[in-house]
Write a new protein. Structure first.
Length: 712
């Protein structure tokens, strides 16, 4: 444990007959292999010590001497970076010690409260918490000091089944006569947490200021809830070899140390993320064109081709992202090592100038790409793009951006600042205003929307295979992908596709087409075999039922079972006659004007021939026909259905009558999965079926009467 600004601590544990490779990866959790026994076979005392080393590099001599007298050592302020951990690890391994180290710059995605801490011992494990508490120097040091003790308190709760030892530089004293604020917080905190100072703890000082005018006792070893846990405690005297202003503190306690050898960690290949802002996209597109032109998509298996395409994307992006900056530095270093003779005959000087020229060229290309990218982002932006909005504000606030001198909107050149400002205002006003053109036909728009919905319904309910994608569809799908997202398991990002140029949609379409072709071939063989087995069965009636069942599966009509609207139909002839009309509508065999149009290959218009108001389909027939007599008749049944649903549940009523597609499904088939499940109880469905059955038959009878009059 340490404060957030100075997290530099380590635990060193002595190991007998253990290689330097056995090192724990968790702070405060080092495991040792052999039990400490004396000659008589009894457990001997284990010496644990705490020492603020104040830089391991400069105080290594005294640290080496100290390790000869202790078994476990917790050090603070070693001031090593993560890449310097090996120094302390090697130092400890040479003296048969294993280490657990945490550095200031350690990348730790898990918070301190979640990290594993503890000493894996039996029968009761030991949790060693090495701390370096905040010192004076900031206005909030008292608050930070209290926060550290709050974390220690949480550790005592989390590791309640452990023997907890807290040791380190606590930057507060218990023996100081004139108590400071930090001393009072320290005393109060350890009393609240039940941390006990060992019995007969020495009163000598552990910190000696370099000016030889101040000293104090601020280094402690504390045990949780047991002042007799340690057999003996000691504070070292200042040694001539010790360059630190602190002296070690040691304590002896009885424990049985065990260790497990560290398992070999499987080396996983690291995936470097491409920085697309520094990538040469033109070179990337050129490399893709060269490699994809030599690739035969039709050969090999699909898995192999997908892997080949992914490899081409990755290798091309890596080649296009080579940093010319490093090349320029390398050329300059070689030139300086040779003497730095700036002569045109010196090949090293020529190489240095060429590398610098390429660097400047890459910088100009990057600036141009950033400019064009910003322009495209502005033109393709949408209203809710808050990120781009604030980006433009920040660009305007910086003094490095030149003022816009010319703006072209709809072919009109705007040059003055007022014209440019008004041009931007009119442009964004036009973008945010709904089109109210007189040429826009709302009636036709509704027809197109209904046709699209019918197409989607047929596509979702049919058993036909998927249609092949077009190049425009693939390109549109690629453009919709978001930038800056994390790569997938193949280390591919959306930028690999969006920056690849025109060759990428062609290659992806070829891959998708091959996937669908192989899928269709497998389905054709499977269906052919299944149908042959069904039709060749001895029970031909079973075969016919199976085929019919598969045909009517999208409409939830399984042969051998009674549909809901038949189950709720009475046994009288009138009810059966009404249900028959509804069954014809539900199964699609009821002839409407839209059916005549399709059967005649659209030579006959699908518009209602009576009132010429809309396409005559099922929805128009049941809900939208504007005939006065049919509208009056429809309203009577709709009002009954509305009253029934709203009395049952107001939210269900709003859901049904706010969406014509849901209302149509309730009228035709209340047992459909698209209908809210709350109204699909047997008694309630029986009431709905009675109303809708009468409505369908009444509209059918009125339609037939009108057609007879028109025909006569």
């Amino acid at each position: 444990m340490a404060n957030s600004t100075n997290i530099t601590m380590s635990i060193i544990c002595e190991v007998t007959s253990l290689s330097s490779q056995s090192q724990s990866e968790h702070i405060g959790q080092s495991l040792c292999e052999t039990a400490n026994t004396n000659i008589n076979g009894k457990l001997k005392a284990t010496v644990i010590s705490s020492f603020n080393v104040e830089n391991f590099t400069t105080n290594a001599v005294y640290l080496s001497e100290l390790l000869g007298n202790v078994d476990i050592l917790a050090i603070q302020e070693h001031w090593l970076w993560s890449f310097e951990k090996s120094k302390l690890e090697t130092f400890a391994a040479e003296r048969d010690f294993c280490t657990t180290i945490k550095c200031t710059d350690e990348y730790d995605p898990i918070s301190n409260r979640q990290r594993m801490r503890g000493w894996d011992t039996k029968p009761k494990p030991i949790c060693i918490v090495a701390v370096y508490m905040p010192c004076t120097g900031s206005k909030e040091y008292v608050r930070k000091y209290e926060q550290c003790f709050d974390e220690i308190s949480e550790l005592t709760i989390k590791f309640a089944d452990h023997t907890i030892i807290v040791l380190g530089d606590l930057n507060a004293s218990l023996i100081r006569k004139q108590k400071t604020t930090r001393d009072k917080v320290f005393l109060t905190s350890i009393q609240e947490i039940n941390l006990c100072v060992p019995r007969n703890y020495p009163s000598s000082h552990t910190f000696f200021h370099h000016n030889d005018k101040a000293s104090s006792q601020i280094d402690y070893i504390l045990a949780f809830n047991d002042s007799n846990f340690f057999i003996e405690t000691d504070i070292y005297c200042m040694s001539p070899l010790n360059l630190s202003s602190h002296v070690p503190v040691t304590a002896n306690f009885i424990c049985n140390l065990h260790a497990t050898e560290k398992t070999d960690v499987v080396n996983t290949a690291t995936m470097n993320r491409i920085n697309w802002e520094k990538c040469d996209t033109l070179k990337y597109q050129r490399l893709l064109d060269e490699k994809f032109n030599s690739l035969d998509i039709a050969s090999g298996t699909l898995d192999e081709q997908f892997q080949n395409v992914a490899d081409i994307f990755k290798t091309s992006a890596e080649e296009a992202s080579e940093e010319v900056k490093n090349v320029g530095k390398q050329a300059y270093n070689i030139f300086k090592q040779d003497g730095g003779n700036k002569c045109e005959t010196n090949i090293l000087w020529v190489n240095c100038k060429l590398a610098k020229k390429k660097l400047r060229q890459a910088q100009r290309q990057l600036d141009a790409n950033n400019r064009y990218k910003l322009y495209y982002e502005i033109m393709d932006s949408y209203t809710s793009n808050q990120k781009l909005f604030y980006k433009l504000i920040n660009i305007q606030r910086t003094g490095q951006v030149k003022k816009l001198t010319k703006l072209v909107i709809d072919g009109i050149n705007l040059e003055s600042s007022e014209e440019i400002r008004d041009g931007w205002a009119s442009y964004f006003e036009k973008l945010s205003t709904l089109s109210t053109s007189s040429s826009f036909c709302d009636h036709q728009h509704q027809i197109v929307k209904r046709n699209i919905q019918n197409i989607l319904t047929l596509q979702n309910s049919g058993n036909k295979g998927m249609q092949y994608a077009t190049l425009d569809e693939v390109t549109a799908a690629i453009n919709k992908m978001k930038n800056g997202k994390s790569p997938d398991e193949l280390n591919l990002m959306s930028e690999h596709l969006k920056c690849g140029g025109q060759i990428v949609p062609i290659i992806l379409k070829a891959l998708f087409d091959r996937v669908l072709q192989e899928r269709d071939r497998k389905l054709e063989k499977l269906c052919e075999k299944e149908n042959r087995n069904i039709l060749e069965t001895e029970d031909n009636e079973y075969g016919r039922r199976k085929v019919y069942s598969s045909l009517f599966a999208p409409m939830l009509m399984n042969c051998g079972t009674v549909h809901n609207f038949w189950a709720n139909t009475g046994l009288d002839s009138i009810s059966i006659m009404k249900a028959n009309v509804k069954a014809r509508l539900l199964t699609g065999v009821y002839t409407l004007q839209s059916n005549r149009s399709r059967s005649s290959k659209y030579e006959v218009s699908a518009i209602c021939p009576l009132f010429m108001d809309d396409i005559k389909d099922t929805e128009h027939f049941l809900l939208q026909c504007i005939c006065t007599s049919t509208d009056t008749m429809r309203s009577q049944f709709i009002s009954k259905l509305r009253t029934l649903l709203y009395d049952f549940n107001h939210e269900i009523g709003n859901l049904v009558f706010s969406n014509n597609s849901v209302l149509l499904r309730v009228i035709l088939d209340v047992s459909s999965p698209q209908v809210p499940i709350l109204i699909q109880t047997f008694l309630f469905m029986e009431k709905i079926e009675a109303i809708t059955r009468g409505m369908v038959y009444a509209l059918h009878h009125k339609r037939c009467s009108i057609l007879d009059l028109v025909g006569s």
